[in-house]
Design a protein around this ligand. Structure first.
Ligand code: G3P
Ligand code: CA
Length: 295
């Protein structure tokens, strides 16, 4: 009876967790607000909160000393990073600056905001380092409270792929266990989703941490149909998150049929946002939260 009670309780709370999430249209700030502030940094999260994002999208990797740190690449990208001696990181050297082989302390010697980003000319330039996930959660929650905004949701992407296991990141189990430890420590399970192109991390999450909703990311050049993608995954995730160019009315209908949220990325112009919203998507991920609208 005790065990049955536990199962009923945990199924009910998983269901409740899913329902609580589906109240509002889910405006998500991509890498915080990459179009305006250096990506995957605490000021980028503040900007997204200021501009009305409900969810903060971000990417994480793992340091040598097993810290979960925000970064799109598992190394210092030559487009945005500055060496400790003030020179720009070069394309030849970037992969040698492998975060999985560096201590967290060593990562803090590199700047990722001073140079700006030529692909995002409106981005503010500032001295800034890659933050730990736990610092981001503490800071963003505190900022939302201070600004009298709702506490943000977190859409956290595991950056991994089978071909670089043990080189740029740990195996999926180790990666996910480290990430979930931060989520549980910060008590944000009811405000988090974990997204990935790497279905291995989603499969392990689904099996080991069923209370944490998963998001299946789909590349723009993926030629499989939705049913084939779900079959490869092996279960129905909480959300389906394709490149926005793939979204059409039949995809919207199919996601509804599967009771999956449909949240395309990365939409950076207002006309496209309106088209997608009219089609019936449940949320939009954008580098420009200043384009979000609230009818
Ligand atoms: O949320 C999905 C989107 O962030 C995936 O693309 O390369 O910007 O992480 P990427
Ligand atoms: Ca991402």
């Amino acid at each position: 009876i005790f065990l049955t009670g536990l199962v009923v309780f945990s199924c009910t709370s998983i269901k409740q967790n899913k329902m609580n999430r589906q109240i509002a249209f889910d405006w998500q700030g991509h890498r915080g607000a990459r179009g305006l502030v250096p990506e995957n940094t605490i000021p980028a999260m503040y900007k997204a909160i200021d501009l009305g994002a409900r969810t903060l999208e971000m990417d994480v990797v793992i340091t040598r000393d097993k810290q979960v740190i925000l970064s799109h690449e598992p190394f210092f990208n030559h487009e945005i990073a500055t060496n400790p001696d003030g020179t720009a990181v070069t394309i030849q050297d970037e992969k040698k600056l492998n975060i999985f082989q560096m201590s967290y302390a060593a990562t803090q010697r590199y700047d990722v905001g001073l140079r700006g980003n030529t692909r995002f000319p409106q981005q503010q330039k500032m001295a800034i380092q890659k933050p730990l996930l736990l610092q981001v959660i503490d800071s963003a929650d505190a900022y939302a409270i201070q600004k009298k905004k709702p506490l943000p949701f977190y859409n956290i992407e595991t950056k991994s792929q089978a071909s670089t296991d043990g080189v740029f990141h740990p195996d999926p189990k180790t990666f996910v266990d480290l990430l979930v430890a931060v989520i549980q420590n910060k008590k944000i399970t009811d405000r988090v989703t974990i997204q990935s192109f790497d279905i291995r991390t989603l499969q392990y999450l689904h099996q080991q941490y069923p209370a944490i909703p998963t998001v299946l990311l789909i590349e723009g050049d993926d030629k499989r149909n939705l049913q084939q993608q779900l079959s490869a995954l092996g279960f129905t995730p909480y959300a389906y998150s394709p490149h926005y160019s793939l979204v059409n009315a039949s995809m919207v209908a199919e996601c509804k049929k599967h009771n999956m949220q449909l949240i395309p990325w990365t939409v950076n112009n207002l006309a496209e946002m309106k088209r997608l919203r009219e089609l019936g998507v449940n949320g939009i991920i954008s580098d420009y939260p200043n384009l979000f609208y609230f009818p």
